[in-house]
Ligand binder design. Structure first.
Ligand code: F6P
Length: 326
């Protein structure tokens, strides 16, 4: 057991639906154990600027269903510097904070790991990012909501694509990871999915579309991850337009629509379990670990592995999507 008495929680990096449910679970579990709990606003930036406030049970009432993060978030450049981290640590000391719960993605974990190495403060990480690209957990908080939002958007595009016999390129988020694109593509029965992890040739798509025309397929939906190797949706569409000028081609970038909105029940439950476990883990003396869920069980991964190991896209899903799309 540890001597932890005061915990602070913060959200950092891109916001993700469900972060609020995690914050609520952290606060309420901490109060259950008679700990003092603090919220840091705007992630590492707030730590540096001293935006730290005491939270209690009622501060986290009515936030479960809200998108975004009530603690706000930021991608902090200052925390990348030794000086920034020193100020952050001094601010935590001023509040006698002796442990942290960090909710975010890879950048958040990297900051947490360095901070722990420099100042020894115990930190537990919770994976909050719509990208689902964190090693050590099957799903990250926000992913389920984001793919449901994206599939709903594609369904709407499908209606108009069908009515006009059009070819649509739809770009979804995912700088380095194709999880959102893969699940959106499968969930919406797309013709093809362009993933950052794969080297899809645009010319293969062109021949596929030519065949689809011969088969009198009336419309096509192509999902493109923003980090795709062979260009973004706009660039691929331009290439295809040159080869197939007869196709009525349109591009939609779903963009930040995927990041907002009320979290799905799946994300709320995941976030609640991980928020609760984070406090229990700190009290059990654990530190420098990222939480996750694998086979429906909460598990821990070292920050080192969570940061450096790559969560590989399920090849079976990719192959299946290729067989089913046509
Ligand atoms: O990491 C989550 C994410 O939504 C990525 O999918 C996307 O590339 C990035 O954040 C966008 O970040 P920002 O909102 O800072 O432009």
């Amino acid at each position: 057991m540890s001597n932890i008495k005061r915990i602070a929680v913060f959200t950092s990096g891109g916001d993700a639906p469900g972060m609020n449910a995690a914050v609520r679970a952290v606060v309420r579990t901490a109060e259950y154990h008679d700990l003092h709990i603090y919220g840091i606003e705007r992630g590492y930036n707030g730590m540096i600027n001293g935006n730290i406030k005491r939270l209690n049970k009622s501060d986290v009432a009515n936030i479960m269903q809200k998108g975004g993060t009530v603690l706000r978030t930021a991608r902090s450049e200052e925390f990348r510097t030794k000086e920034g981290r020193k100020i952050a640590y001094e601010n935590l000391q001023a509040f006698d904070i002796d442990a942290l719960v960090a909710i975010g993605g890879n950048g958040t974990y990297t900051g947490a790991k360095i901070f722990n190495e420099e100042y020894g403060i115990p930190i537990i990480g919770i994976p909050g990012t719509i990208d689902n690209d964190i090693y050590g957990t099957e799903y990250t908080i926000g992913f389920d909501t984001a793919i449901n939002t994206a599939v709903e958007a594609v369904d709407r595009i499908r209606d108009t694509a069908d009515s006009h016999n059009r070819l649509f390129f739809i770009e979804v988020m995912g700088r380095h990871s194709g999880y959102i694109a893969l699940y959106t593509g499968i969930g919406s029965g797309a013709t093809t999915i362009f993933l950052p992890e794969e080297d899809n040739a645009v010319d293969d798509l062109v021949s596929m579309l030519q065949q689809s025309k011969r088969r009198q397929k009336l419309f096509n939906l192509v999902i493109v991850a923003e980090g795709n190797k062979n260009g973004n949706a706009m660039e691929i569409a331009e290439h295809v337009k040159k080869e197939l000028p007869d196709f009525d081609t349109k591009v939609t970038i779903i963009g930040h629509l995927q990041r907002g909105g009320s979290p799905s029940c799946q994300d709320r439950v995941l976030a609640t379990r991980l928020g609760h476990s984070a406090v229990e883990a700190l009290l059990a003396g654990k530190s420098n670990l990222a939480l996750g869920l694998t086979n429906s069980k909460v598990n821990f991964t070292s920050f080192d592995d969570a940061i450096n190991k790559v969560k590989v896209l399920n090849k079976e899903l990719i192959n299946m999507a290729e067989i089913l799309a046509q």
